[in-house]
Write a protein that binds this ligand. Structure first.
Ligand code: ADP
Length: 453
């Protein structure tokens, strides 16, 4: 654009009397249409023009109006209308009568150009508007020069048509809004129904959970009672059995005593059988009694600072008598000094003896080994053997009372040793775990806290 053709207005007109307001409005719309503003924008700028023109006619007695095309900073083109008042603006300021005017255009301000004060408004052209080259601007001017201003009546007709169109639009928007509102209300009702349903389901579930808990409490009370009566029964029965069994053993001993009348060989063999059976029975009864005692909480650990080395020395001594197979070596490793632990020495001794005894019972060749290591604040006691091993799916079961691995070589026993050992370890604040697989031996690990339970 050359300076001259850019500076040249597209159209100029004068505002002096009331009728000019109509003309300015009409021509403003024509200019907007020619330069490519969309229909809505044409109406907007025409309305803003007529409002401002009305204000200026009232306050300054008129204005000279001109239309231009500007390239703005955002490299988009704007249609600009300048209204230069014929007398100074009151206080040099312009406030539109209707505040809504400024919303109809992109800018509305008072500017001073070459010492002349103008009320200036502009509206951005859409990207689809024709590029305002000098040739095109010249065309615009010619076109606008051709159309003569129509009468106020014609302008009124046009305005009426626009008003009707605007009303239509408002009505259709209101209808749309009503539909949307209805949809919203429907959705609300749905959400509310869903919410109510969920609340109900939640309450139902809650009631179920409460009932379940009550049942669970009842069941665990029953279980506790059953377990207590089982322990009581075991303790009573074993206690009652102990006296007659001990009597049988004593009587047997009397019968075979050298001071008694001599027995025939056959009688001697039968009495020996009675004595050994009674001894087995006494063993079982004692184990049952121990377990019942441990279960009923009647064993109270007697904690003291224990040096493991003498404990291990004693185990080595007493178990050597049980290691009768020459193919099996019993190894009790000396714990590294200082081997101190706060625990019940007697109970710990019973547990380790029990595990070592099992190892010796079930191992046919190789070794049974006990070793102790300190890991942080715990002592780990490992009793490992090179025996048949135990399938992983039985690792829990062998800790159940009376359970013995089916098909394993029967070497005596009751199935009470491991459950008892685990009870004692638990009483001492520790754990008893097993690592084993068939053909790979077994390792029982007792883990106890260094400082006691
Ligand atoms: P018991 O030894 O009196 O049968 P336990 O409770 O001590 O009872 O052991 C239960 C079962 O676990 C044993 O009968 C045996 O089948 C299995 N078991 C225990 N220790 C070992 C071991 N070191 N190696 C293989 N099997 C074992």
């Amino acid at each position: 654009m050359t300076g001259e053709s850019a500076a040249l207005p597209l159209l100029q007109m004068a505002l002096r009397v009331e009728h000019d307001i109509f003309v300015i409005r009409q021509r403003g719309r024509e200019v907007a249409a020619v330069v490519g503003l969309e229909h809505q924008d044409q109406v907007r700028i025409a309305t803003a023009l007529s409002e401002v023109a009305r204000d200026l006619l009232r306050t300054t007695g008129g204005a000279d109006v001109s239309f231009h095309i500007d390239a703005a900073a955002d490299s988009r083109f704007h249609l600009r209308a300048d209204l230069a008042p014929v007398s100074p603006l009151p206080d040099g300021r312009y406030e539109p009568q209707s505040g809504a005017v400024s919303r109809l255009v992109d800018t509305l301000s008072v500017s001073t150009v070459d010492g002349v004060t103008v009320v200036r408004m502009s509206r951005r052209l859409p990207a689809s508007a024709p590029m305002p080259t000098p040739a095109r601007l010249a065309e615009f001017r010619t076109e606008l020069g051709r159309t003569a201003p129509s009468s106020a009546l014609e302008e009124l007709t046009v305005q009426n048509a626009q008003l009707i169109a605007a009303l239509d639009e408002v009505r259709s928007q209101r209808d749309e809004l009503a539909v949307l509102n209805e949809e919203l209300a429907e959705t609300n009702r749905g959400v509310l129904a869903l919410y109510n349903q969920l609340t109900e389901e939640l309450e139902e579930t809650n009631r179920g959970v409460v009932a379940l808990y009550a049942e669970l409490d009842e069941k665990s009370a029953q279980l506790r009672a059953a377990s207590e009566s089982k322990s009581r029964f075991l303790a009573n029965v074993s206690h009652e059995l102990r006296a007659p069994v001990t009597a049988i053993i004593g009587l047997g001993r009397l019968l075979t005593d050298s001071a008694s009348d001599p027995l025939t060989d056959e009688q001697g063999r039968q009495v020996d059988l009675i004595r050994s059976s009674a001894a087995d029975l006494l063993g079982l009864v004692n184990e049952l009694l121990d377990l019942a005692k441990a279960e009923s909480g009647r064993i109270e650990p007697d904690l003291a600072d224990v040096d493991l080395r003498p404990v291990f020395g004693q185990l080595r001594g007493t178990l050597r008598a049980l290691a009768t197979r020459p193919e099996v070596e019993l190894v009790v490793e000396e714990p590294a000094a200082p081997a101190l632990l706060r625990t019940d020495e007697v109970l710990l001794g019973q547990v380790l003896r029990n595990l070592l005894h099992n190892g010796l019972k079930f191992t046919e060749r190789g070794e049974v080994r006990l070793r102790a290591r300190q890991h942080g604040d715990r002592w780990h006691f490992e009793v490992s053997d090179t025996g048949p091993g135990i399938a992983p799916d039985l690792h829990d079961r062998i800790f159940e009372e009376f359970y013995q691995v089916p098909g394993a070589t029967r070497v005596g026993g009751t199935g009470l040793g491991l459950p008892y050992a685990r009870r004692l370890v638990t009483l001492l604040g520790g754990t008893l775990e097993l690592t084993s697989a068939p053909g790979q031996g077994s390792t029982f690990t007792v883990s106890l806290p260094v400082g006691g339970m």
